[in-house]
Write a protein that binds this ligand. Sequence first.
Ligand SMILES: *Cc1c(COP(=O)(O)O)cnc(C)c1O
Length: 221
Amino acid sequence: MYRTRIDEVRERIRDACRRAGRNEHEITLIVVSKFHPSTVVRDLYACGIRDFGENRHQEAADKAAELEDLELRWHFVGQLQTKKARQAARYAHAIHSIDRGNLVDALAKSDQTLDAFVQVNLTSDPARGGAQPAEVESLAEKVMGAENLRLRGVMAVAPLDEDPAAAFARLRSYSERIQKLAPDATDISAGMTHDFEEAIQFGATHLRIGTAITGNRREGN
Ligand SMILES: *Cc1c(COP(=O)(O)O)cnc(C)c1O
């Protein structure tokens, strides 16, 4: 079942890359495994998936412990509490949801090296996840100042009430801004089950795909 879904998603990624004139090898497919048990991750691993996304610290920590025998990379994609940051750094390969300076300070206290993405809020609601666009550069500079964090680029979730292509076009402009400060921070974490083709069109390098591969989650998050 997973193999078929993975093949279908990979085929769509290939087609979207072809249309965008991009090389599919630029794309990292992260399967978001939140709300699914570690057995599902194990099955996906057997199908060749190596990058997994989680959005809650406790759930991610539990799965990481259960799956310690597998060589996989955990990508933290949800709101991260400052007091959980050092714990998350123990299992995470990358934090995609850097949205404020005190989270950077907390992560910098860890002795683990981490890939870091600055999350940008593309909605007009300041309560949604991510830094405000005006804060993106100063937050990127703060990440660059932390020795154990490697600034990879920007991350966002497309707003529900907007054409995702328009939102991803804005995200690309924020990516270009931070590349003026950090030329290597070229990555863009964007694209979920319903909008990954548009994200590829606008330069996404890290797709975070859940339900298209795992099927429906128990909770609608
Ligand atoms: C759940 C989640 C995803 C995956 O969503 P799907 O629509 O199931 O593909 C991607 N990114 C984040 C931040 C998520 O929380």
